[in-house]
Design a protein around this ligand. Structure first.
Ligand code: NAP
Length: 280
């Protein structure tokens, strides 16, 4: 019996068990996937125990452990090393191997929805410079977009992101988003703005963003954010965060249970139903 889990603190909000247990059932695999609440001081012991438990194949890692877990892993993938953060740990021969699948999850979701896009021809603006923005910026940079901008409220964080990842991107303060000189093909919201329960909301002035073709929001609760609605009113195509969530989970499932899985419409509908229950 192969076992895996998601670890975080707190962990009750995590969607990972719903996604992985759906796939276990869909593909008839007799594995287990659970959530484990791990206090920050216990992370090292937990990873040590699980990597020496022969039934355990790996862990998903969420807030606040992503950076600390990267330091504890025995080996890191190249992107996890550059990001200094992991969301996936795989155990093999008592070795903990850390990876980060968030950024590639975003790209997969975008390619699925907009198969026609050619990233090297795109001007991309990422709004946010936190963990998610960082992993998306790194994955996008591998496709060499024509231009990439990182907008953040705290400009120092945007400057550090570009410096640390050594990517070709321009860090800017969020006030510059309205600058009439700039135009973007793709704008990505990688902040919690628009998320259910977040009181500190501010919305994009889509009328005054030149040339915008696609607005992607990585927030997945609600499924359609206020910013997505405002973008669509200006005939801008939109992408929500659910696809990213599912596509970052797919390589984890393969690593844990040895089965390549599909992000099917059945799974999307199943998760969307859970999300709408929580939205109410
Ligand atoms: P994080 O590391 O805490 O970073 C938060 C970012 O949002 C920072 O850049 C912060 O700016 C900015 N921010 C927060 N409130 C803001 C406001 N009112 N106005 C302007 N900027 C604001 O968080 P994270 O891990 O990157 O996650 C960000 C969001 O993405 C969360 O809602 C999370 O649920 C979502 N997410 C979705 C997926 C998915 O699979 N769809 C995956 C990961 C994360 P400062 O630096 O100036 O504070």
């Amino acid at each position: 019996m192969k076992k895996a889990a998601v670890i975080g603190f707190p962990i009750s909000h995590s969607w990972s068990p719903i996604i992985h247990n759906y796939w276990l059932k869909e593909y008839g695999i007799s594995g287990e996937y659970e959530k484990i609440e791990v206090e920050p001081g216990s992370l090292e012991d937990l990873i040590f125990d699980k990597k020496n438990d022969n039934e355990f194949t790996g862990l998903n890692v969420t807030i606040p452990h992503k950076e600390h877990a990267a330091k504890i892993c025995d080996q890191l993938s190249e992107n996890a090393r550059k990001l200094g953060a992991v969301n996936l740990i795989t155990f093999k021969n008592n070795i903990a191997y850390g990876n980060n699948t968030d950024g590639d999850g975003f790209i997969e979701s975008m390619k699925e929805t907009f198969p026609e896009i050619v990233i090297p021809k795109m001007k991309v603006a990422i709004f946010g410079a936190g963990g998610a923005a960082k992993s998306i910026a790194l994955s996008l940079s591998e496709y060499k977009p024509e231009k990439m901008f990182i907008f953040n409220r705290n400009i120092v964080r945007a400057i550090e992101l570009v410096k640390k990842l050594k990517i070709a991107a321009e860090p800017l303060h969020i006030d510059k988003l309205k600058d009439a000189e700039r135009s973007f093909d793709l704008l990505i919201n990688a902040t919690p703005i628009g998320m259910a329960g977040v009181s500190d909301q501010s919305y994009f002035d889509f009328k005054n963003i030149k040339g915008l073709n696609i607005f992607a929001d990585i927030v997945y609760n609600p499924k359609k954010t206020k910013n997505m609605i405002l973008a669509e009113e200006q005939n801008i195509k939109t992408l929500g965060g659910l696809g990213m969530l599912l596509y970052q989970a797919a390589p984890a499932f393969e690593a844990f249970y040895g089965k390549k899985v599909k992000v099917s419409s059945g799974l999307r509908n199943y998760i969307a139903k859970h999300i709408s229950r929580i939205e109410k």
